[in-house]
Design a protein around this ligand. Sequence first.
Ligand code: NDP
Length: 434
Amino acid sequence: MGESKTVHSALVTYTSVISLLTLCPPFVILLWYTMVHADGSVLQTFEYLKQHGLQGLKDILPAPSPIAWKLIACFGAFEAILQLTLPGKRVEGPISPNGNIPVYKANGLQAYAVTLVTYLSLWWFGIFNPAIVYDHLGEIYSALVMGSLVFCLFLYLKGHVAPSSSDSGSSGNFIIDFYWGMELYPRIGKHFDIKVFTNCRFGMISWAVLAVTYCIKQYEMNGQVSDSMLVNTVLMLVYITKFFWWEAGYWCTMDIAHDRAGFYICWGCLVWVPSIYTSPGMYLVNHPVSLGTQLALFILVSGLLCIYINYDCDRQRQEFRRTNGKCLIWGKAPSKIVASYRTEKGETKTSLLLTSGWWGVSRHFHYVPEILAAFFWTVPALFNHFLPYFYVLFLTILLFDRAKRDDDRCASKYGKYWKMYCNKVPYRVIPGIY
Ligand code: NDP
């Protein structure tokens, strides 16, 4: 909303918003088609479209089938029930621009574990074969694309008619409201938090479920799982487990505390995460590379290290804020800036900015291991095709843009204090380069 005004010009904002709204949905289907039916080759899909034109595109678009709707409904309902019913610690989110403090139940790790155990048990005991999910993936993505667009329309209407809190508002423009969202913390009733559902429970858990599905599909096809698939799956599962271990920390990040519930965040988590984030594994199903033990272990350990560093960066910032700066960072008392700012209500508050540890290396250093981890779970696919690396490229663009958005937001929030931080820690992401 406001960000579009401060960060980019109106022309850039509208062009990028309309491009993303129109191009992302067909891209999801084309990526699936290329991975599953065109050998992962962008060129092959391009040649096909060149030969068959628009009719060719229509022919490959899978219609959302009843089984696809059933699978999505069962998964969504299962996750919603777990979110509402599993026990968890009461956690308070950060204070919102309008002074509200959202309250959450931290039961993500339990929901994640229950889902994986249930899914694997259903397969083990012959009740449900996950390969069915892979076999209907195109229909599932079609259904998700359409269902999630309708869901974003619901969020737009809810923002207008029945916002859950005062952290809601319209820009006065339908496209911007639909894209960026209107409500910061939309809820159904008092307890069902919609962004926790879309971002964490549906998005992140579907990523894990699909990673396991690809392994099982490859096992059913070849009677074994290749070491490349194993490295890819283990790294993704470790990353997702880290996410749920730290889920309450995620509720303090930009996705939840600053970005409103609209197409950008919610459609992204409901469709883009299960399709694009899982795509390296989707590619590996019918491209089982054999890496050999040494190379497989090297990639695995490098990926684990990146995931750990990314976790440690987030942990440092959180621990520092939680203890009000009374913690050790790399064995020493933290160096910090006490920054004051004014809330939308005109109150003056203070926040601490950490300027040592990872946060003294660059202002968004945590994005470097995040991107490298994605590279390491993709590189088992080796370099025959570009498409498995699309996620790494997308993530790099997303996080560099995010670093700029966050810098601009913090500069307008903290003013001279942010300038002091920039003087002390001059690089935005990559020390010495950017
Ligand atoms: P951060 O967790 O980096 O949060 C940024 C906020 O932290 C700022 O807005 C500011 O908020 C506060 N802050 C900034 N600098 C400092 C400092 N020096 N000391 C203390 N607080 C500071 O944001 P993200 O949401 O981008 O990242 C969270 C995690 O999610 C990362 O691990 C990231 O890699 C990951 N991520 C993954 C994505 C994916 O698609 N795979 C996408 C996006 C993120 P305040 O107003 O409170 O001061």
